[in-house]
Design a protein around this ligand. Sequence first.
Ligand code: SIN
Length: 315
Amino acid sequence: MTISVKPLHESFGAEILGVDLARPIDAQTFAAIEDAWRRYSILLFRDVQMTPVQHVAFTRRLGALHIMEPLEFNLPGHPEIFVVSNVEEDGKAVGLKRAGWGWHSDGEDKVLPNAGSFLYAHLIPPDGGDTLFADMYAAFAALPGDLRRAIMGRRACFSRVRLHHVHYPHMKPLTEEQKGSRPDVWHPMARRHPHSGWTALYIGRWACEIENMPEQDAKHLIDYLLDFAHRPEFVYRHQWRQGDALLWDNRCTQHCAMPFDDAAYKRLMHRTTLEGEVPVMASKPVCRPQTASRRRMAENKNAPAAVTARPSTVS
Ligand code: SIN
């Protein structure tokens, strides 16, 4: 097979043409897909018709698969497929409702955040339910110099326990057992991608503290960085068509599922999820070549003052 790559956005995202995910993919074609994934961070495949077995098999070629918990939202017989849906059958939800309504990267609050995710659209509402993606290489590259220096060498604390009630007000509180299995984790705020070597801004909605920084300064900086990361120039909006499948890299992008009228319409998505690795701190900024020129694009008068506390050398 010969694939072609059609960019979706100025800095990241591409549609892959010329590949049929329901048929065997030779090693050379697969390598070309992996190269494109490394460069573009999110890949779109259109008009896909793949069975759960094919969905799982394709993702497994990219790395070990993660089984989402609780298991009740996974596809019966295919625990590697996490179902995102508002559909109910016999009064029982077939998947997790309202999953991902809010900016995040998958597993950011875990010791081993997920490397990537591959979401396949089975049923799409006629209105709403788009997914936004933000390019964290571009956001890092565009950070004003003082903020970039402030986050280099620093880690943020991501806490499911402290913020569960904020982000999931519609869900049950965490049990003591769940809390025990989701301890707070500290991740580098400037993250080196293990394959590309490029630096991404790594921040997320579970972040609540920054090492060696007073609490209020940290909150202010986290809020600022979250706003910065989601500026329109870094965002690609995906309007789903049934049969679309999107592969994204959680190490250098964030995403946000947009609401839709879930009392009126059905949305059914299947997601496979890749295991990840301990995030590595960038020892120096390395911008993706295409974003290096955008570095000073976003100098901003409202940026918080440079942080004076000494960055930690923990890596
Ligand atoms: C997710 O966060 O994985 C779900 C995204 C979506 O349903 O659009």
